[in-house]
Design a protein around this ligand. Structure first.
Ligand SMILES: NC(=O)c1ccc[n+]([C@@H]2O[C@H](COP(=O)([O-])OP(=O)(O)OC[C@H]3O[C@@H](n4cnc5c(N)ncnc54)[C@H](OP(=O)(O)O)[C@@H]3O)[C@@H](O)[C@H]2O)c1
Length: 208
């Protein structure tokens, strides 16, 4: 027997938040959404998502709440006036930030009665929902275990540590690896290009 997909709320419908909500709809989850600019919800409400009038209404609708806005300042701004709705909720925050912000958020959400996980997304919006992409999580293991099946709708969920700062720490480290690889390829193509070797000839060798 499998249990019914649990209701999920997504706060923030930019490029990434919209992709998260769409992936949850794909897996049959009842999805409630809220965005500062409500027009961005239309493609999701057309598919069955419910648009909440306020962040508090959105949070009240689901046991699991996934914020994904531009930064932590935006997150705290939208939660202003909605804190009582957080009691008993689990917040899995996929807004990018620093380890320090993740530590502060765990304490802040805890002070408002909510469990908290910090997350980092290892893909761009078109990759969301693909089980081959990683989503990194850090924070209490039991909170991760309780929601692992739902988080798998977004991508392969990897729990790093109980320390909430590790997801954003790995995020920065892996972005550094990505950019170093890309600039290394550019440098390599410039080097071979100086001897009239084309990038298309060099790249298959570089990939190996
Ligand atoms: N895009 C990616 O490839 C990618 C990959 C990994 C991680 N991320 C992370 O995902 C998060 C969202 O990125 P995104 O690509 O979705 O950005 P985006 O398309 O620019 O969307 C930004 C979102 O933040 C909201 N927002 C901004 N300021 C706000 C405020 N003061 N109050 C309430 N809402 C506010 C926007 O609302 P409005 O629609 O009303 O402006 C929108 O929902 C970021 O932390 C980003 O680092 C993105």
């Amino acid at each position: 027997m499998t249990s019914a997909p649990q209701p999920v709320t997504v706060l923030g419908l930019g490029n990434m938040g919209s992709a998260l909500a769409a992936a949850l709809l794909d897996r049959g989850h009842p999805v409630t959404v809220w965005n500062r600019s409500p027009n961005k919800a239309v493609p999701l409400t057309d598919r069955g998502a419910r648009l909440a009038a306020t962040p508090a209404d959105a949070i009240a609708a689901s046991p699991l709440v996934i914020p994904c806005v531009i930064d932590y300042n935006a997150l705290y701004a939208l939660l202003d006036g909605a804190t009582t709705s957080l009691i008993g909720r689990t917040v899995v925050n996929l807004t990018s930030g620093s380890p320090e912000q993740a530590h502060e958020a765990l304490a802040w959400f805890g002070s408002h009665g909510a469990d908290y996980l910090d997350g980092a997304i290892m893909t761009t919006p078109p990759g969301v929902g693909n089980s081959e992409v990683m989503f990194l999580y850090s924070g209490p293991r039991e909170v991760f275990d309780a929601h692992r099946a739902t988080l798998a709708a977004l991508g392969d969920p990897l729990h790093l540590d109980a320390d909430p700062g590790l997801a954003s720490l790995y995020d920065a480290a892996l972005l550094g690896l990505m950019w170093a690889t890309m600039t290394g390829w550019l440098h390599g193509t410039a080097l071979v290009g100086a001897e009239k070797v084309t990038a298309t000839a060099f790249t298959p060798v570089a990939i190996r």
